[in-house]
Design a protein around this ligand. Structure first.
Ligand code: SF4
Length: 82
């Protein structure tokens, strides 16, 4: 799925240097998998509550986002420039 499609579907974008995370509030089932996975990446007491660059690695961002049971969270990894 493209960023444009996600935004059209109502996802909000949270940009990081190497990966963007997308969140659609209406789909969230409050399972807390995200916040329990990494409280630097996901912190509901902070604005913005998702900071992709606060996570130790892009792989960890992907792992936690993939574990979201409702698909309220998705990501698009940016192509690395070599
Ligand atoms: S893991 Fe997904 S469903 Fe659970 S609280 Fe986070 S965004 Fe919501």
């Amino acid at each position: 799925m493209t960023k444009e499609q996600l935004l059209e579907m109502g996802y909000r974008e949270y940009r990081g240097e190497h990966i963007n995370v997308y969140f659609k509030k209406d789909l969230c089932t409050h399972s807390a998998v995200c916040v329990n996975g990494d409280r630097d990446l996901f912190n509901v007491c902070r604005k913005p509550w998702i900071l992709p660059d606060a996570c130790a690695s892009v792989d960890k961002v992907k792992r936690i986002v993939d574990a979201c049971p409702s698909k309220a969270l998705l990501y698009i990894e940016k192509e690395s420039v070599k």
